[in-house]
Ligand binder design. Structure first.
Ligand code: PLP
Length: 446
């Protein structure tokens, strides 16, 4: 599509997330409507949405059950007082989400997105240790290449260099280790590499002094690092070492939650339950901003006391627990469970992975990674030297858009994460578009 002079002028008066507006001018996308698996731009061109917005539209765009739930709630109550009251539907949401969380992660606070949920989890963790007799525990260990949000605490926990350096210095007390993909070529097996990387968390805890370490936070499948998918044992080792040192394990499931990896949460997919889960994105299927912090019920108990004790969580947002958002969240969770969408994601995810593996015939794919309906494909210029091939990704971004396909390209890998309502025939349509776009991109760069 082409931008008209008014749109160009207006784009200079705003900004697009994490990208240069001038590059966007060369390859713009201004959407006007969406339905199910598709977007339409302002010129009427249709796009297959291969990433469900951005891992958001769990049930596809404009799902009737979601819209109806919002409409019904809108007629009753669209805003509730956040400090001096709450809403009945907000409490219904707490109960509904608590029924879907693994373990006893039933202490739930709804927020307006992923960053807010992470920010809350970091503050909750620090305050928890302060009022349970371990006030020296305040540090967090996370991973380079991880992303936890754009606000200052979430950014300090993130490990994405260029997204952070303009805002340095960051908060002290945020330490990092590297994800398994970083070390994979130094080990003969992926399993061994994962063991080494899990133990690095413990090395840092010991190096820092366990009495100062509060939490380990990571995405079960790391998106910004290229759909980094550790072994199940990696998470079991993390669970054990956190228990050994009285450190809380926090999963950022803002992308992996709500059915995407084949279970309601990736915690279940990988078989190791954390102390806190942060959710966002797919929880509202994109109909309205919604996120949630889900913590162990007994931890919530540490924040319940008398006025004199003053142990309440010192935190809040005007739109946290918004009635419209909570009504939407309940509808999304009901639909995922009633339609068995997590199980469907597991089954169709295998089909999607097999189709993506088929792209290896072009000799430029190093690995296909992921679980369920969250998959990533890493490029290489040469399967023998394993040299990266970012030029191919940059070209693919252009050709895909030209062919009416939206992917997440970064640029040495691309990811797909379609709505969980997708069927096998839709996966075929998406993968045919990927293949066609890849062949055209290859022709441009070779
Ligand atoms: C893994 C992860 N955590 C946190 C966030 C931040 O969420 P939000 O953009 O809703 O604040 C994102 C957003 O992309 C994310 O991918």
């Amino acid at each position: 599509m082409k931008l008209d002079p008014r749109q160009e002028k207006l784009l200079r008066l705003t900004f697009l997330d994490y990208q240069q507006t001038s590059s966007f001018f060369a390859n713009p996308l201004v959407v006007q409507r969406a339905s199910g698996l598709y977007y339409w731009d302002v010129e009427g061109k249709r796009y297959f949405d291969g990433i469900g917005g951005v891992f958001v539209a769990t049930l596809g765009h404009g799902h009737p059950r979601v819209l109806e739930a919002m409409r019904r709630q809108m007629e009753k109550l669209s805003f509730a007082p956040p400090m001096h009251g709450t809403a009945d539907v907000t409490l219904d949401f707490v109960e509904r989400l608590g029924r879907s969380t693994p373990g006893n992660l039933n202490f739930i606070k709804p927020f307006s997105g992923g960053s807010e949920s992470v920010e809350a989890a970091l503050k909750f963790t620090r305050q928890y240790f302060k009022q349970t007799g371990r006030p020296g525990k305040y540090k967090f260990i996370s991973r380079y290449q991880g992303y936890h949000g754009a606000t200052f605490g979430a950014m300090a926990a993130s490990g994405t260099g260029k997204r952070k350096t303009p805002f340095e210095p960051h908060q002290p007390g945020f330490l990092k280790v590297l994800p398994p993909t970083y070390y994979r070529d130094r080990f003969s097996t992926w399993k061994e590499c994962n063991r080494f990387c899990a133990r690095q968390f413990e090395d840092v805890i010991l190096g820092e002094d366990p009495d100062t370490v509060a939490g380990v936070i990571l995405e079960p499948i790391g998106n910004t690092g290229g759909i980094i998918t550790p072994t199940e044992e990696y998470f079991q080792l993390l669970r054990q070492l956190c228990d050994r040192h009285d450190v809380l394990l926090i999963y950022d499931e803002i992308i992996t939650g709500f059915g995407r990896t084949g279970n309601m949460f990736a915690a279940q997919t990988f078989g190791a339950i954390p102390d806190i889960i942060c959710g966002g994105k797919g929880l509202s299927s994109g109909a309205i901003p919604l996120g949630a912090m889900m913590a162990r019920e007994d931890m919530g108990g540490a924040f319940y006391g008398t006025e004199e004790e003053g142990v309440n969580f010192a935190h809040g947002h005007t739109f946290a627990g918004n009635p419209l958002a909570c009504a939407v969240g309940i509808a999304v969770l009901d639909e995922i469970e009633e339609q068995g969408l997590a199980q469907k994601a597991q089954k169709l995810g295998e089909y999607l992975a097999a189709r993506l593996e088929g792209l290896k015939k072009y000799g430029v794919i190093r690995e296909v990674r992921g679980r369920g309906l969250l998959r990533g494909v890493e490029f290489t210029k040469d399967p023998n030297t394993l040299e990266p091939f970012p030029e191919l990704g940059k070209a693919l971004k252009r050709t895909a858009l030209g062919n009416g396909l939206i992917l997440r390209v970064d640029p040495n890998w691309f990811a797909v994460g379609p709505a969980l309502i997708i069927e096998e025939a839709d996966i075929d349509e998406m993968c045919d578009l990927i293949e066609q776009s890849l062949v055209q991109a290859l022709a441009q760069v070779r």
